[in-house]
Design a protein around this ligand. Structure first.
Ligand code: ZN
Length: 300
């Protein structure tokens, strides 16, 4: 599953090529993808009609992101909410060589050479190219909303905490949120309810950077430790975005290459290997159902 830095990298790549593009024609090949976001989705043909007709003639004016959702904003105020989930990808193929092909999300071999292909479920024909939504296992979704407010009213972002780069996300805010919680730090972060963007990879990396065990109960952290945790989030997330995320997430960048952040991983995926700091063997445990790697010497 891609994490926030990978999704943000894709958003940035797409932003360079589709802002200002006009939608000429839309084809939905799998009604389920545009019908709803649940796990058991019933294809809704009315949604498909709305999706295919209302978008035509509109211009893409903005591309934003909330947690791991990409929001395509149109000149009428209509919005498309895209969540790639485990195996979705977005590909932009330009009409001519003046623009770069953008391919981001789960790697799908066919998409390198042939578009649309058997995994293509939505095609937006644009005046400067075509945008494809491809998804191997169809867990992802692309939903049409009349406005950005309608997304909020739908409760789509209701449980999300702050974005790590939001100026409201401060060390004091984090301390306030952690002080009474009798939950392991990693479990709380994975829930995304305090701050978004810390999935399995970045939770482990942030905890290592902060020198704090991911299993520590939030309410046992000292003020100094909370500050260190905060500073580690503010350091690691932008760095990971800058590197295009981690290739280990099996996620391709906008230009089809892999993210570089994996080479900075200190603990994630390194169970049984030696700690770069102290040379002791890295340990692992399971927290909230996720493999968690840490150094018992460097992290307290
Ligand atoms: Zn160590």
């Amino acid at each position: 599953m891609p994490e926030l830095p990978e999704v943000e990298s894709l958003r940035r790549s797409l932003e360079k090529v589709i802002i200002g593009s006009q939608i000429v024609r839309v084809t939905v090949k799998h009604p389920k993808i545009v019908s709803s976001s649940g796990t058991t989705r019933v294809p809704n043909l009315a949604k498909v009609v709305e999706f295919e007709t209302d978008l035509v003639g509109q211009k893409i004016i903005r591309l934003t992101r909330r947690a791991k959702n990409i929001i395509i904003e149109l000149d009428s105020g209509n919005c498309l909410l895209v969540h790639l989930k485990m195996t979705g990808q977005l590909v932009f193929e330009p009409l001519d060589n003046s623009l770069q092909k953008v391919l981001g999300g789960h790697p799908i071999e066919e998409s390198e050479s042939s578009l649309p292909n058997k995994h293509t479920y939505i095609i937006w024909e644009l005046d400067n190219g075509a945008l494809f939504y491809n998804d191997v296992r169809q867990f992802g979704y692309v939903l049409f909303y009349s406005s950005y407010q309608a997304i909020l009213d739908d409760g789509h972002f209701g449980t999300f905490g702050l974005e790590p780069m939001d100026e409201q996300f401060t060390a004091d805010f984090l301390a306030q949120k952690l002080k009474d919680k009798k939950t392991p730090i990693k479990t709380l972060f994975l829930a995304q309810s305090v701050v978004v963007g810390l999935g399995n990879i970045y939770c482990d990396e942030v905890c290592f950077e902060a020198g704090i065990l991911p299993t520590r109960m939030c309410n046992t952290l000292t003020k100094k430790e909370t500050k260190k945790l905060y500073e580690s989030i503010k350091k690691i997330i932008p760095k990971a975005i800058g590197e295009g995320g981690s290739s280990i997430a099996n996620y391709l960048l906008g230009d089809g290459s892999r993210g570089n952040y994996a080479r900075y991983h200190n603990v994630y995926g390194r169970k049984g290997k030696k700690c770069f700091e102290c040379n002791s063997v890295l340990m692992s445990t399971v927290l909230a159902g996720r493999t968690t790697v840490y150094c018992e010497i460097c992290q307290k």
